[in-house]
Design a binder for this molecule. Structure first.
Ligand SMILES: C[S@@+](CC[C@H](N)C(=O)[O-])C[C@H]1O[C@@H](n2cnc3c(N)ncnc32)[C@H](O)[C@@H]1O
Length: 345
């Protein structure tokens, strides 16, 4: 790589990611202050937490990469669509940081949907007050979440209570109350009423730029696929292969992943998709002609692992490891040897 190109690449990555760096010797030391070696997981404490959820599989750690992705779009996209919104940290970041004008958040789970719908309906302040007034004990939570026939904003409050008091924030069947929690504080250990109320209060500021839809995200991708001013951040339940972690985390985990990839192929704007690093996913991505990069993240057990980022053109992610193609066999004339390929995807 030429000196100029290397400098440009370094500057582009610097400041967007937290990178491992090293002093390099060169003819122009002033130009090579830091040279990127390889990315390390983002420290999520450095990312503003704007979501009222503690969401299983949440993408707070992905925020710096997401910002960098949008920074590489000119002109700025008008709308961000999040077809699998969950805790919605990516959409909220895009709004608060003015990376797009509007977002369309889609979530099929009715409990989660109640929260987003309440915010859009102008009930964020009501939720903030309800949180501040609630005296959280196990008995009080059980009484509150057992109420039936409640309106949307009350359902939203029930969802927040469950999300904050259930193990891992998981609302799927089989989930139960936190036993020990942080510092042995049990059921109260994730209940920060002032912080949560503040987040809801802040959401009032962006509520009129959110369209929320409780429906199948696949249909919404298809609906907007022909618009060039739209970008999609796609974070589906991880159930296409490998450990299928999404099965345990979400009530709605079944998804036609092949159909999702087909819809992505028709997108005229741009999309960025995250997935677990499973062979089945990589095979699908290759078949649909997409590029892939590996990105480090720290899971809930503080172990560093890699997730997949999939898109049409990931050249802006050249600082990240590529996924190497499996060894291919060629049957060219006069060539008896197996030739391994090392194409970047
Ligand atoms: C991996 S999570 C998204 C997490 C989110 N990116 C965040 O940062 O919090 C996937 C979400 O997709 C939702 N979901 C599953 N199937 C869906 C579908 N067909 N349409 C819309 N949402 C769906 C699940 O309920 C879950 O909340």
């Amino acid at each position: 790589m030429s000196n100029l190109k290397l400098l440009r690449r370094t500057k582009q990555l610097k400041g967007h990611f937290e990178m491992r760096s090293a002093k390099q010797q060169s003819l122009f030391p002033e130009l090579y202050e830091d040279i990127v070696l390889s990315p390390k997981p983002v420290n999520i404490a450095s990312v503003p937490q704007r979501s009222p959820f503690r969401y299983p599989g949440g993408k707070t750690w992905f925020v710096p990469v997401f910002r960098n992705w949008l920074a590489n779009h000119y002109p700025k996209p008008e709308i961000l669509i999040e077809p699998f919104a969950g805790g919605g940290i990516i959409s909220l970041t895009a709004l608060f940081e003015n990376l797009v004008s509007y977002v369309v958040m889609v979530e099929i789970d009715e409990d989660i949907a109640a929260v987003w719908q309440s915010i859009v309906d102008g009930n964020a302040e009501w939720l903030a007050k309800k949180i501040l007034d609630f005296d959280l004990t196990k008995e009080a939570v059980i009484e509150e979440i057992s109420k039936t026939g409640v309106c949307i904003k009350e359902k939203a409050f029930q969802t927040i209570l469950k999300n904050r008091t259930f193990h891992g924030g998981i609302l799927a069947e089989g989930s139960g109350f936190l036993k020990h929690g942080e510092n042995g504080k049990g059921i109260r250990s994730r209940w920060y009423p002032t912080t949560l109320a503040k987040r809801f209060d802040n959401l009032k500021l962006v509520a009129d730029r959110i369209t929320f839809r409780q429906e199948d995200g696949l249909g919404v991708i298809r609906e907007y696929s022909q618009r060039c001013d739209v970008v999609f951040f796609i974070d589906p339940p991880y159930t296409a292969g490998g450990k299928k972690a999404g099965k345990r985390l979400y009530r709605h985990f079944n998804l036609d992943h092949e159909c999702l990839f087909t819809h992505c192929e028709s997108v005229k704007g741009d999309f960025l998709m995250t997935y677990d690093n499973a062979d089945e996913v990589k095979t699908m991505a290759r078949r649909h002609g997409f590029q892939m990069r590996l990105i480090p993240m720290t899971n809930t057990h503080h172990a560093t692992m890699e997730e997949l980022v999939i898109g049409k053109d990931l050249t802006w992610m050249d600082g990240y490891p590529a996924v190497h193609e499996p060894v291919a066999e060629y049957k060219a004339a006069n060539r008896k040897k197996r030739v391994p390929t090392k194409r970047r995807t």
